[in-house]
Design a protein. Structure first.
Length: 145
């Protein structure tokens, strides 16, 4: 078993890094083009950074600490993947589920049952993670036999 290199590298890493930084730059440029009120934009940015640093990061670190103490190394990656996917689904679905964009003059604007769809997607993700775990375990047991 070889040790991982101390520094990132390789063509895949650098390709994805360049693409990621390009998307970040496009987001920043697009956001700055649509600023109508600089003070409101600065307040929103500072508020977002504060919420991230004071709420999101400590919660994620706490969950990571609990996972490290309660799950084995063989299962931790699957739990972490599931939780990361759950957080992404929640971040995307929550504004619709809480009906932030609902307009009483347009009842068809948010007609779907978002809670049910988000729950179904989360259950499907857990099923997929469990299936991947089972298949990897089966493959290992077949190799060792």
């Amino acid at each position: 078993m070889s040790a991982r290199p101390a520094t990132p590298g390789g063509p895949l890493f650098w390709t994805l890094a360049v693409l990621g930084w390009g998307l970040i730059a496009a987001g920043i440029v697009g956001g700055l083009r649509n600023v109508t009120s600089v003070p409101h934009w600065i307040a929103w940015l500072v508020g977002g950074v504060a919420v991230h640093d004071l709420v999101v990061a400590p919660v994620v670190a706490g969950i990571g600490r609990v996972l490290r103490r309660t799950t084995g190394a063989w299962f931790r990656a699957y739990v972490q993947g599931s939780l990361a996917f759950t957080a992404l689904v929640a971040a995307v679905a929550l504004p619709n589920a809480l009906a932030f964009g609902r307009d009483p003059r347009n009842p068809s604007g948010l007609p779907a049952n978002v809670w049910g769809g988000a729950l179904l997607l989360l259950l499907e993700s857990l099923l997929v993670w469990g299936l991947v775990r089972s298949l990897r375990g089966l493959r290992r047991s077949l190799r060792s036999a």
